[in-house]
Design a protein around this ligand. Structure first.
Ligand code: CA
Ligand code: CA
Length: 307
């Protein structure tokens, strides 16, 4: 499997963008009722899915994330990691929740919101129904969520409330029980700052079998899912979380809840790295922080949901 040739200036620009941001950032339409509730629709053993119909009957698939515990943050000595991933700390989610099987797609964005909030997607970066929505800010994602929750109520698809995941939920969902740099392994045999492929580590195959990096965006779900059935947790689009940005995990909640300041901080968290980034930015523990009105062609989101 080949990785697209990197646009190195863009890669570097984006890494610089996130680096700088870390410094400053510390600082239902009338259709008939459709309700699958907890009916298993799984295509993978032990994965329970639920589908919401967006306006125009565009499906949005959610996967059930079971309760559990994990270690959040980088492990001691983790290669190519950053200090904002410290200290590694135990988090216990006593609840399960729904999470988008894929990043929100361009078709899903338009079904809910009708138009693009900023720059429309282009063929240069990736254009089509199944491509991820991008150039989406945290504020834009919140507007999508407000509109979709009203639709879920009016189309009698509840009870269900969609929201952004907490950062702790996001990392728990990404790791899916793994403790390595990526959910497919440590992939430590080649550089985290070049775009060549290498062995995945724990799972069979190479890292390009599991993630998008060093190139343009691609349709969602083109890479192998993690054990929870989630696709594109590493790369393709960075994904906004609800939490305010914090310099590290000192004082972070240990129950999976969102970590929000009062008044709210100037930056929000974003996770998972993007298709324009080197592999190091796409690690499970990698974190970014940006102003809530920031848009970039590598920023998108996926939903979490509770009943
Ligand atoms: Ca992603
Ligand atoms: Ca970071």
């Amino acid at each position: 499997m080949k990785v697209p040739l990197p646009n190195l200036p863009n890669v570097l620009r984006r890494i610089a963008l996130l680096g700088i941001s870390l410094l400053v950032g510390l600082s239902r339409t009338g259709c008939s009722a459709y309700n699958t509730d907890n009916e298993p629709l799984s295509d993978t053993t032990n994965v329970t899915e639920r589908t919401i119909l967006l306006p125009g009957s565009v499906p949005l698939v959610l996967v059930w994330i079971p309760p559990g515990s994990y270690q959040m943050g980088r492990y001691p000595g983790e290669a190519d990691s950053q200090s904002d991933e410290d200290p590694q700390h135990p988090v216990t989610l006593a609840y399960g929740f729904w999470m988008g099987k894929y990043e929100i797609t361009q078709q899903q964005w338009l079904a809910v919101r009708g138009s693009w909030p900023g720059t429309a997607p282009s063929a240069d970066i990736g254009l089509g129904n199944t491509y991820p929505a991008y150039c989406i800010s945290w504020d834009d994602a919140k507007n999508f969520i407000t509109t979709l929750n009203a639709h879920i109520v009016s189309s009698d698809q509840g009870p269900l409330t969609v929201r952004l995941p907490s950062e702790a939920e996001w990392e728990y969902a990404c790791r899916a029980g793994t403790t390595t740099r990526f959910y497919f392994g440590d992939s430590a045999e080649c550089s985290a700052t070049d775009c060549s492929d290498c062995a995945a580590g724990t799972l069979p195959g190479n890292r390009t079998n599991y993630m998008r990096y060093c190139g343009k965006s691609k349709p969602v779900g083109g890479k192998t899912a993690n054990a929870f059935g989630l696709h594109d947790m590493h790369g393709n689009m960075w994904e906004w979380c609800e939490d305010d940005r914090h310099a590290d995990y000192d004082g972070a909640p240990a129950d999976g809840s969102t970590w929000i300041d009062s008044p709210r901080a100037s930056s929000r968290t974003i996770r998972g790295g993007g298709c324009g980034d080197y592999p190091l930015m796409c690690r499970s523990a990698s974190r970014g922080g940006l102003a809530p009105d920031s848009r970039s062609d590598i920023f998108g989101f996926r939903l979490a949901a509770v009943q």
